[in-house]
Design a protein around this ligand. Sequence first.
Ligand code: BGC
Length: 839
Amino acid sequence: MTRADAVLTERLRSLSLEQKVRLLTGADFWSLRPEPAIGLRRLVVSDGPAGVRGERWDERDPSANVPSPTALSATWDEDRVERIGRLLAAEARAKAVDVLLAPTVNLHRSAYGGRHFECFSEDPLLTARIGAAYVRGLQGGGVGATVKHFVANDSETDRFNVDVEVDERALRELYLPPFEAIVRAGVWAVMAAYNSVNGTTMTEHPMLREILEQEWGFDGVVMSDWFAARSTEPAANAGLDLVMPGPGGPWGDRLVAAVREGRVPEDVVDDKVLRLLRLAARVGALDGVEPAPPTAGPWPQDRVAAELRAGAAAGFVLARNTDVDGAPALPLDRTALRRVAVLGPNAEVARTLGGGSATVFPPYTVSPLQGLRAALGPGVRVDAGRGVRSGDRVPVASAALLRHPGTGEPGLEMRFLAADGRVLGREHRTNAAPTWLGTFMPGLPVADVTAVEAHARLHSPEAGTWVVGASGLGRIRLTVAGRVAHDGRVELPPGADPVEGMMRPPQRSVTVDLQAGQEAPVVLRYEPESGGGFGDAEIAMVTFQLNLDRQASDDEELDQAEALAREADAAVVVVGTTEEVESEGFDRDALALPGRQDELVGRVAAANPRTIVVVNAGAPVLLPWLERVAAVLLTWFPGQEFGNALTDVLVGDAEPGGRLPVTWPADEHPAIPSTRPVDGTLAYDESIHVGHRAYERAGVEPAFWFGHGLGYTGWEYLDAQVTPDGAGGATVRARVRNRGPRAGREVVQVYASRADSAVERPARWLAGFTCVDAGPGEEVTVDVAVPARAFAHWDTGSQGWRTEPGTVRLAVGRSCADLPLQAELTLPGQGSGSARPPA
Ligand code: BGC
């Protein structure tokens, strides 16, 4: 036992069984119980990963919105991601958050995965290295990371109950390695997933003890995903340490009884408490124990903005850049521009993040239109047009079109009502999609509230017809201009995910005609279902939306956009998804851009040969017009500085530094696995052939291969040599030259393959990578480390890692399909028969 553990064990010994067990279930939605008797203060946890939301789901409590994980991994830049981790640590401290519920390291097994934007990559090595960098940054600033969701929670459909059937090699070689790397790097917490793996639910799975603890030496806390703990004895004995959220759940008195009756050994409880105290000590929540690293201090706002602006640009992937004459269309020459058309549904509204628990409320967002207008200045005429709506749903009402009924300020008034109609509390909000998780207002008992009402005056700046809608689960009454537009109960289909109910609840709408300057009172009365369908009735789980849009026809807007494009020197079309399409809680049914966005791009491209398409989506969407446009820039969900970063890249002040962390499909091909369980089981039949490996195996050409990204300069790959590193791995030394006219950054990628293998293998797999900077014409030599694990496979017979003797080919280049250099290495072979990695 270490000295630090001896101190913690002494404190633990002074607690009664009841006191110990009390610590093992959350106090509420986002915090853990204090225990003053041993100097333990309350600990606060918060989502993650695109920012630190804090304890409130509330736009009045904003958080820096960093690029979403696909955008971070597209940088392939561990130093940058570590710095963003540091920034998140500072954010967490400013919000009194001790532990962030991030990073998410499930894989992009299928492009249909709804939570794709929240995971890093299809590749385990890239995920592991970017995830570990994120954790280093965060924990280096004294804030705990929670790597999630352990394991095989790679899609959302039926995620609470689905049984993932996955073979041992796929588990060991794809799905576990990111967790393993991050645990070995010293992460302080792991979140056990909702799903089952091969028949056992993850909060009770033997992998918690046998793999996490015994093989990898994890000494931190295993917490349940929210409401994922289902049992007392099996979960406690299996190695779950903390039930979240609280105060209900299957432990408490039942766990005390299980210990008293000898069904759960008290040592098992002690071990959980020790782990919890270790976490508390690390984050500085235990009196008299210095936190592991010093606590991060606040960052000035301009430093946050600069980091997020550069970070977003570094993840943008320039996928295509060829205008009609075969010349690069980007960067735009701003001195030659007189008129630019900025079009598309995501041009005016920046989509900076995806939906679900990853939601944060940025203090501001810069839309593409705002960014371009600000940077191009008065000398360039910027015409804007939405072109088409981004989907069929009526969007959440913008506060700018609503007036508080009392003060006339932009926004709405929320009223919390008792059963007798008394108003128990009021608040002024600008978010017309409010959510309350845990509590409504400080000091207002959840049980006293029977209804929440949103009151506002809809302000019509010009004459027109408006569509007013209400969305939510429960009983909803919508009154517009004194007329009851809807009154009734709205329910999700049986078995649907509660988060789906939050992100895209069923919608009801009406139209109203208003004159210029006219206002119409709107009241949305919402009566929650008891318990909200998610967990405990003591916890508020309320969410609804007031929706609003001008009634417009896509046809008219399309004509307008086309006309603007025709008149412009260049057309920038920003298409994409929204948090209603890409979210936790549900998967995607289709990969096409929602609504009529493809038609918009096609018409704009026909009208203007210099059409630049910006794809603002967290995951791949189909690009049927690809060959008809001059440039395609993939920006992911890039965080609050979106528009500024975009402008930097479009005018060439910054390079689009990203490389694809995922293979970009050309169509809805069967090489993309389904996320739909059959009879409760989701079979990972493709085994180790995920992402580019599946395309290579099927002989199918995607739109863009894994690793692809053009940047603004060109690179020549001169030669490569490989030498064993003495530890079972190798170093690939490559010489590359920047043959373009400007400085740039290249991601040098190394892929391994084995021609004559007795073991089933992918065609090739990522074995190492590194980033390199070079000035124009400069030649640089770069060493890429390839770890021993890259050469090993999981041997199911001996239950260990094994390296097959023989020749391995290492190919070096710019993507998995553009590999100009080759080198070979002869491996002596090694089989440990143990679960330890060979290096
Ligand atoms: C999500 C987790 C999240 C938790 C708390 C769950 O539904 O799966 O990723 O951390 O909620 O918001």
